[in-house]
Design a protein. Structure first.
Length: 565
């Protein structure tokens, strides 16, 4: 255990050697000193840091031999000499129940405290009676830019607040710094769950938002989902949710391709499944226009009702033979034989060949009602998600949609679902998926180092994951039922009318082309942007092009939405 005390703060970090003999952190403690504690001498503060640390790390060090490295030799004397009745006597009584080996280590000039903790494995004794003020570390500041964490990093590095702050601001910085840590020239914040999140600067924030929202594994999901995915990947900045909402609201692809809210035709009838891969919903997407460059005209999808895991494959012809082949190669040999498959009444799903195929494997084949997509709502919902992602990923050559299909599947599988409270990948395997941005910005190194110390046996770690996964799956059953109940209550509600002002930029819904067959599957039905030129009665507006030309007819506000830029 390494401990240290500045003028206003005490901190400590608990380390343990891994299988390779390298020290790795397993716990961290930092807290500001109170008013009466600030009056102690610097040596007493160093001793007090040890007392606070062993109390904080009690369950780690209670039955273990712990080597404590302190900045000064006098600390050991304070914690071992007999001065019963004094404050020091109380400290001695508190540390005597632990097996501690207190030794000094000299702080090295030019290094931050946390860098010293990470790099200094050799034990170096200090000269006795040396002035402790000369041992305070002189460090290079971790950031030369004016970032949101600049004052915190300054305090963690030098042990004092920047001189330009007033007393109120200094107190705020001290309180906030208790939850932060410097590590390998990067700053981390201790999250609510105890896991450290890498703090990122402004340039990295935009890169993360683009990666988790717009790029291959982003999927163009909502702002809250985008922010949640960034937090799950162990990145943080104070305005994450606000910046995510602003980024998504200005995403041109999202504004052009978001669908119009519609009324529910009939009340929902929720179906609750309590085990994974027992019931699948299958459906075709298509006929797709344009066809893929490889000649595919359809996408056949299958969605597990419990985990929300989606399987999909591009298909040239929507035949029952293609359905049987897909079920065997993508479902049965990978996830086992399901109890039930739900499909619509299309000829390729109600054919004699598919019926015989399901009968041979003991599968119940169920069909939803004609012209009622909610009867197979799970498959319809998955199809909608895939189409939404694909049409935002395809380039100008839309015939490459079959290549974007697999990126869309990836994004969908690692994105948390509101119904289950986690991503399908996590519910299926018990862990989070690694993504490309983690290689460039390795925010998980600290968390993995702590985890590897706790579970040196990979089999033991996997057993722990699977045991926890069983508990999570029990919770998911209740989450699904609760989510379906809430969705059922709001399904029939109408969308709210929006008010527009002259000069607002808006997108116009192409009502004439919204019917099936009137537009391509990946076409945008939102045209524009246009400018509100004039109010034309209640909820009716005259529009103009951005260059000033007027559109000939007025449009209802129900067909308009604000365009953010």
């Amino acid at each position: 255990m390494y401990s240290y005390a500045s003028a206003h703060t005490v901190s400590a970090i608990l380390m343990q050697e891994n299988g390779e003999g390298i020290e790795a952190p397993i716990a961290f403690m930092s807290c500001p000193l109170k008013e009466h504690e600030l009056k102690m001498s610097q040596i007493e503060k160093h001793a007090y840091a040890v007392v606070r640390a062993v109390k904080h790390f009690r369950y780690y060090v209670l039955n273990s031999h712990t080597r404590v490295l302190v900045p000064d030799t006098a600390v050991k004397s304070i914690l071992t000499q007999q001065e019963l009745g004094s404050q020091r006597g109380t400290w001695i009584a508190k540390v005597q129940e632990y097996d501690l080996d207190i030794k000094p280590t000299k702080l090295v000039r030019g290094r931050g405290l946390c860098q010293l903790i990470a790099e200094n494995h050799a034990e170096t004794e200090c000269e006795k009676n040396q002035d402790t003020s000369s041992e305070l570390p002189t460090v290079l500041f971790v950031s030369t830019t004016d970032e949101w964490y600049t004052d915190i990093a300054f305090f963690l590095t030098y042990g004092e607040c920047p001189p330009h702050l007033n007393q109120k601001e200094k107190r705020t910085v001290k309180l906030r710094s208790a939850k932060y840590l410097l590590w390998n020239n990067a700053i981390y914040k201790k999250g609510i769950d105890g896991v450290f999140l890498r703090c990122v600067d402004k340039s990295q924030q935009e890169k993360l938002l683009e990666s988790f929202h717009s790029l291959a594994c982003g999927g163009h999901f909502s702002s809250s989902v985008t922010a949640y995915k960034i937090l799950r990947a162990r990145y943080y900045w104070p305005t994450l949710f606000r910046d995510s909402a602003e980024w998504v609201s200005k995403c041109e692809a999202c504004q052009h391709f978001v669908g119009r809210p519609k009324l529910a035709a009939l009340p929902l009838k929720p179906v609750v499944i309590e085990e994974p891969f027992r019931q699948w919903g299958i459906d075709f997407i298509g006929t797709l226009n344009p066809a893929s460059s490889a000649g595919h005209n359809y996408v056949l999808t299958a969605t597990d009702y419990f985990t929300k895991w989606v399987e999909a494959a591009p298909i040239k012809q929507a035949t029952s033979e293609a359905v049987c082949k897909f079920l065997k190669e993508n479902i049965i040999v990978r996830f086992g034989v399901p109890h039930k498959i739900v499909a619509d009444n299309a000829s390729n799903f109600s054919s004699h060949e598919l019926t015989e195929f399901c009968y041979g494997f003991g599968i119940t084949l169920a069909h939803s009602s004609d012209y009622y997509p909610q009867g197979n709502g799970q498959a319809e919902s998955s199809n909608k998600n895939l189409v939404t992602i694909i049409r935002k990923l395809v380039d100008e050559n839309q015939r490459n949609w079959h290549k974007a299909l697999y990126d869309a599947l990836w994004a969908d599988r690692i994105t948390p679902k509101r119904a289950i409270g986690m991503s399908p990948f996590q519910l299926l395997y018990g862990i989070d998926a690694e993504i490309p941005i983690s290689v460039e910005l390795p925010a998980l190194q600290l968390a993995k180092a702590v985890e590897d110390v706790a579970f040196q046996n990979s089999i033991e770690k996997r057993v722990m994951y699977l045991t926890k996964l069983e508990e999570e799956r029990i919770k998911v059953v209740d989450r699904i039922a609760d989510h379906q109940s809430r969705v059922k209550k709001i399904f029939d509600k109408k969308s709210k009318q929006r008010d527009f002002q002259i000069g607002d930029l808006v997108l116009l819904w192409d009502k004439r082309r919204e019917q099936k067959g009137m537009h391509g599957k990946f076409d945008s039905l939102w045209k524009g942007p246009f400018k509100i030129h004039e109010l034309n009665g209640e909820n009716s507006f005259l529009l103009s092009y951005l260059d000033g030309g007027l559109l000939p007819l007025p449009f209802s506000g129900q067909h308009l939405k604000l365009f953010h830029h």
